[in-house]
Design a protein around this ligand. Structure first.
Ligand code: ZN
Length: 589
């Protein structure tokens, strides 16, 4: 049995959801007000029998893992880990069950976090580091919140400490706490004479560390290298401390450095995270998108910052975030800014942060002289592809008008220039609207067909015996609804020895919950055969309609041979359809 199934087996969905939603019994299900949309009548249904939920209002649905993902804005892995902890199953970074190793890694890192913290607080050893933090305005309370620490200027203090605690050198090396010099074979502590910033995941475990020097020596910062539990691209510094505040404000401010994050937090601007110094990744973007609508990038003001801003903003926009850019002059980073000007002025900068397109427009207008032809071409080449990503035509127009005014270019010329960039997309659009139209005209028969396909899938989802019957009697292309076909194809590939079917796909899991909760048809072999017959009937009926159309054409053109041929084909089809009706009646009887 898969790990997710073992966890789900130990949790009752009705119990679990009851701690979030007031549920009342209704027939064999429970109903309540949906937590995912503004619900006035209870449209939210939980089935204890199927262990699924489904909302008839907003069409959200799935199993207990999906529910926790949606309600707490977690990724699949995070939700699974949280549920696992409830029932005593630890999940590692890959989503599998923790072997002793991963649990041990967390334990060691948590121990090291405490060790560095205690040294920072130690009257003698931690004195210079505490003085340094005090000079930078960091309070004791903030040190506690972020679990800051200090590594003394020793080559093996940590190593010795961990040895006394029974942690092997091998584990210390895997976790990047010590460095093994391959030439001399000697090992030494990675972090020496540095302020320590533990990097904590949202469950509160330390994944790795950042270390900063107390003076101007280089490198200013060093980090834990990639380890089995520390993957830079997946982590946002500060998220453990700031997640609730980000959700409450529905806004996340992204800064570059640990100190920026801590400084803002201490100044009362608590909806902030720090990128881990490397290029912003999709995973980080998705983690933010789940918890906040408004993302504001507040990176350093140097030119490297400019590039990082554009790159970061692009990643965030690709995953669907609404991105704004905060810029200012004089102070080099948010830490310096807020220490000099205080939080109110900084918040003002955040509030006035520009939408990404405005920011890019200003930047490119400054870079290119659009009063010259050459400058204009370069400007178009960089700005138009960005503008194309804006879905609202009216907004696109507004930008073009703005450019027209700045460059003293007639707006019509700009519209036409932009349309050239646009042609390919427009064609795509026309094609979809035509197919949408023809779809509408066939609504009736297709509604019926969709219902039958849904019933068929309901059988397939509920018993492998039914799935096997369907597999034998029908081709996979019997499903015309794309999602149904996808589910059916996944079912065919599923290894049922490993447990019941499930999927992490957001869209498909909602549809599966919908079918399982709302479908009323009786699950018996007889009703399955009836459904298959009716589907076959519809397919033949459609074929017959096509042949009749062909027949009419053949008659008009006076093609006697063809007319005869078609007429006999239609007769055969009619017989077949009739016999299906007979079979159905005998099944019903
Ligand atoms: Zn709903």
């Amino acid at each position: 049995m898969s790990i997710s199934q073992r966890i789900k087996e130990k949790i009752d969905i009705v119990d679990f959801i009851s701690s979030y939603v007031k549920l009342t019994r209704s027939g064999k299900n429970y109903i309540g007000l949906c937590p995912f949309h503004n619900d006035h009548n209870p449209s939210f249904t939980v089935s204890p029998e199927k262990q699924l939920f489904y909302c008839f209002g907003c069409k959200e649905g799935g199993d207990v893992i999906k529910f926790l993902m949606k309600i707490e804005h977690l990724s699949y892995r995070e939700a699974l880990a949280q549920l696992g902890r409830r029932v005593g199953i630890e999940i590692d970074e890959t989503g599998g069950e923790s072997t002793g190793g991963i649990r041990e890694f967390y334990k060691v890192n948590d121990l090291v976090t405490k060790y560095f913290y205690l040294i920072l607080m130690e009257p003698q050893y931690g004195k210079t580091a505490r003085e340094y933090l005090a000079r930078r305005g960091i309070k004791k309370e903030t040190i506690d919140t972020f679990r800051l620490g200090y590594a003394i200027a020793s080559w093996n203090a940590l190593q010795k400490f961990l040895e006394r605690k029974g942690v092997s050198l091998e584990i210390q090396e895997i976790l990047g706490l010590i460095i093994n010099d391959k030439e001399t074979g000697k090992t030494y502590d990675r972090f020496r004479d540095r302020i320590i910033f533990p990097i904590i995941d949202i469950t509160g475990h330390t994944l790795g560390f950042g270390g900063r020097v107390l003076d101007d020596s280089l490198p200013k910062y060093i980090n834990t290298p990639e380890t089995p539990i520390f993957r830079k691209g997946q982590i946002l510094y500060g998220l453990y401390q700031t997640r609730d505040e980000i959700m409450k404000k529905d806004q996340a401010i992204i800064v570059e450095g640990y100190m920026d994050c801590i400084s803002l937090y201490q100044a009362g601007i608590k909806n902030v995270v720090a990128s881990m110094g490397t290029a912003f990744t999709r995973e980080q973007g998705l983690a933010l998108k789940r918890i906040a609508k408004d993302i504001v990038i507040a990176f350093d003001t140097d030119t490297a910052g400019d590039l990082a801003v554009i790159r970061g903003a692009n990643v965030l926009r690709e995953v669907g975030c609404n991105v704004r850019i905060a810029r200012w002059s004089v102070f080099k980073d948010p830490d310096e800014f807020v220490r000099n000007q205080g939080p109110i002025v900084f918040l003002d900068i955040i509030n006035r942060a520009k939408p990404f397109l405005d920011y890019m427009l200003d930047l490119l207008i400054n870079r290119y002289d659009i009063s010259t032809l050459e400058g204009r071409v370069q400007f178009f080449q960089e700005f138009f592809p960005l503008l194309r990503t804006e879905p609202r035509i009216s907004v696109q127009r507004a930008y073009l008008d703005k450019i027209a005014t700045i460059g003293k270019i007639p707006p019509e010329i700009l519209y036409r220039e932009f349309d050239v960039f646009y042609v390919s997309r427009k064609k795509e659009f026309e094609v979809t609207s035509i197919s949408a139209l023809s779809w509408m005209q066939r609504e009736d028969i297709d509604t019926l067909r969709e219902r039958l396909e849904r019933q068929l899938l309901f059988f397939a989802l509920n018993d492998i015996k039914f799935l096997n019957i369907i597999k034998q009697l029908l081709q996979p292309d019997i499903f015309t609804i794309k999602e149904y076909r996808e589910i059916y194809e996944r079912l065919l590939q599923w290894d049922f020895d490993s447990g019941g079917f499930e999927t992490e796909d957001d869209r498909l899991s909602s549809i599966i919950a919908q079918i399982n909760i709302s479908e009323q048809i009786e699950l018996s072999e007889n009703t399955l055969y009836e459904t298959i017959n009716r589907l076959n009937g519809i397919i033949l009926q459609k074929k017959k309609e096509e042949l009749i159309k062909e027949l009419e054409l053949a008659e008009k053109s006076g093609d006697v041979e063809r007319t005869k041929e078609l007429a006999s084909k239609i007769q055969e089809l009619t017989k077949e359809i009739f016999s299906i009706g007979e079979r159905r009646m005998s099944v019903n009887g």
